[in-house]
Ligand binder design. Structure first.
Ligand SMILES: Cc1cc2nc3c(=O)[nH]c(=O)nc-3n(C[C@H](O)[C@H](O)[C@H](O)COP(=O)(O)O)c2cc1C
Length: 367
């Protein structure tokens, strides 16, 4: 299937299916000399993996990553890095009754029309299981960006269904199963999700991702703009239906006197641009926000058709996340890291010798 390679200089080719023996990727173009072992990748995979709380799917996947090439004596060699993750807990029988039916909100109908055949087990290639290798590749990118520039990429849940979660503290994000940046909201989120699960329904979410200490100058106008590539990467994540950079759709109601970020010797006075101007990073934090749709697999019966076009009723009894947005936070961080490393390598190739005397006011403000 075409469309499985992401990135130009740091190119990640993803393979596998939800219920095949394994998923994985090949990372080609990683700079040599980066200290790397599986333990560097595992923490982010653990943050994404299913079965970690009652609020996510109970599929039991250890998601242990294996590095099978491209690392020698603990350092990347500059050759392709092979990453493998075994699939352990498939229950393909859960999908037997879906073979002839198209589940609303899933890729079944479009895959069928496009390819004329279908792997219905766990969503096959359309499954969010394929985000696991991207999280592993993203962890390599995160490590390199941190070591090169001090760049830190982290995300959080900004809204779950009707519950808005005002940002309180980064420390709270890792202290609850929702990636919520506000401990006071954890109990209401639990109550809401428990009720949702009892009703057999699902809900959408908003995720925020922030990259700090990004070098100024990343991005290639016209058609490889940094924000364009970020939007493309985020839309590549399963269930994402909207992407905003900086003020995003709030820009519609803003005036120029508010939106345009003023420059001062101490730094930019605001960040409505979300860290990108003219498709090039300003050096301010990159601010990305994602809209994630409600999980399509729900116990409530929905109308559909079979492959003959006859009306059918579909409901799903398999194990599913009541809100797929919860586990999307590490995935969004990984995709942002992959875009940034790709652009950082391109920047080194073309513009490494460019010197200007103007201070980097955004970096100064973040140091
Ligand atoms: C982390 C994660 C887990 C997901 N798990 C499920 C799931 O259990 N059930 C489901 O119906 N969709 C799930 N999805 C969404 C589907 O993969 C996705 O909606 C489907 O493949 C159709 O693609 P699209 O929504 O991008 O158009 C998940 C998405 C993410 C990001």
């Amino acid at each position: 299937m075409a469309g499985s390679t992401f990135g130009r200089l740091f190119a990640v080719t993803n393979f596998g299916e939800s219920h095949g023996p394994m998923v994985g990727c090949v990372v080609d173009g990683c700079p040599p000399g980066l200290t790397l072992c599986a333990a560097d990748l595992q923490p982010d995979l653990d943050r994404r993996r299913p079965g970690t709380s009652r609020h996510v799917t109970q599929r039991r996947e250890p998601d242990l990553v294996q590095i099978v090439s491209g690392v020698f004596e603990g350092k990347t060699t500059g050759t392709p890095i092979g990453l493998l993750i075994q699939n352990e807990d498939q229950r393909s029988k859960d999908y037997d009754n879906l073979v002839q039916t198209f589940r609303p909100g899933h890729a079944d109908y479009t895959y069928w029309h496009k390819y004329g055949l279908r792997d219905p087990r766990g969503g096959g290639r359309a499954s969010a299981r394929l985000t696991a290798p991207m999280v592993a590749a993203g962890a390599i990118a995160k490590k390199w960006l941190l070591e090169q520039y001090g760049c830190v990429i982290r995300g959080y849940l900004g809204q779950l269904g009707p519950i808005e979660i005002p940002f309180a503290r980064w420390e709270d994000v890792s202290a609850n199963p929702f990636f919520a940046p506000n401990a006071a909201l954890v109990a209401p989120l639990e109550d809401y999700l428990d009720e949702l699960r009892r009703a057999g329904d699902s809900v959408g979410a908003r995720i925020h991702v922030v990259a700090e200490r990004v070098p100024v100058g990343l991005g290639e106008p016209l058609y490889d703009k940094l924000d364009a590539d970020i939007a493309s990467a985020m839309m590549g994540i399963n269930a994402v239906k909207g992407v905003e950079i900086g003020a995003g759709f709030r820009s519609v109601a803003q005036r120029g006197s508010e939106h345009g970020d003023e420059l001062t010797p101490e730094g930019f006075a605001s960040n409505h641009a979300g860290g990108v101007l003219g498709g090039i990073s300003t050096g301010q934090p990159i601010l990305v926000s994602l809209a994630i749709k409600p999980t399509s697999s729900i116990r409530i019966p929905r109308r559909s058709i079979n492959s003959e076009g006859t009306a059918q009723s579909v409901h799903t009894e398999g194990r599913h996340d009541p809100c797929v947005g919860i586990r999307a936070t590490p995935i969004a961080e990984a995709m942002l890291a992959l875009v940034l490393i790709d652009h950082a390598l391109a920047q080194r190739a073309q513009c490494a010798d460019v010197k200007v005397s103007t201070p980097d006011i955004a970096r100064k403000a973040q140091s």
